[in-house]
Ligand binder design. Structure first.
Ligand SMILES: Cc1cc2nc3c(=O)[nH]c(=O)nc-3n(C[C@H](O)[C@H](O)[C@H](O)COP(=O)(O)O)c2cc1C
Length: 209
């Protein structure tokens, strides 16, 4: 589709083959990540999303923490594939840790009691939007990334290492770096099972690819 935003969305793919070189500086990458999170929507504009951005040795330290945590639960004789995966994340230029500030969630629950049950859900949705915005912005800058979930295994050690406030809850990790391999094939389900369109000009209205 000839639309720049859709083209950027299409460019966002899971990349596991990461290298340490970035096509832009670390400062520009940080600015990109921060802008994407700052501009992402949140319920009541509560801005509950937080991020810790790790480069180089700091990023590798995060994956050391993940490896040590996994060694405690994965049998030693089955650890090789896990180790290979962790090493591939550590081979990147950096990692974004996505958090949601639970103090913000609690504050909203106190302030808007009728919606109390919704705020934790909306916080999760806001985190997903922030993650998607960052992933897409990185892809648009030709930076590869994937989305990982080693929380809650790594939470305590990461909190101690980077002095994370107690109210920040880790939701996802995004290792990023240079794209070292082409993206894999991706199948799409039939649009007709996915979308229903009513009231459009054509009775045969369907979603154009
Ligand atoms: C909410 C969510 C959770 C995901 N969790 C993981 C994960 O833990 N590990 C992983 O490698 N990929 C994870 N992914 C990536 C998906 O597997 C991937 O986006 C999907 O297969 C489509 O491929 P694409 O990213 O190349 O478009 C997650 C994606 C989403 C949206």
């Amino acid at each position: 589709m000839n639309n720049p935003l859709i083209q950027s969305i299409e460019k966002r793919r899971t990349q596991y083959a990461l290298g340490a070189a970035l096509p832009i500086s670390e400062q520009e990458t940080t600015a990109l990540i921060a802008a994407a999170i700052r501009l992402a929507p949140s319920s009541f504009n509560s801005q509950s999303s937080r991020a810790v951005i790790l480069y180089g040795d700091e990023s590798r330290e995060f994956w050391n923490i993940a490896e040590a945590a996994l060694r405690k639960i994965v049998p030693a004789n089955a650890f090789a594939p896990t180790k290979a995966k962790i090493d591939s994340f550590a081979a990147g230029a950096g990692t974004v840790l996505f958090y949601e500030d639970q103090d913000v969630v609690k504050g909203l629950q106190d302030k808007f009691a009728p919606y109390a049950d919704n705020f934790p859900v909306w916080s999760e949705q806001a985190s997903g939007m922030a993650q998607f915005a960052v992933w897409t912005a990185l892809a648009n800058a030709d930076i590869g990334a994937s989305l990982q979930h080693y929380n809650p295994l790594v939470d305590a050690d990461a909190a101690a290492r980077w002095n994370i406030p107690a109210s920040w809850k880790l939701r996802a990790q995004m290792p990023f770096g240079s794209n070292e391999k082409p993206f894999g094939e991706k199948a799409f389900m039939d649009d007709r099972q996915r979308f229903k369109v009513f009231g459009a000009a054509s009775a045969e209205s369907r979603v154009a690819a």
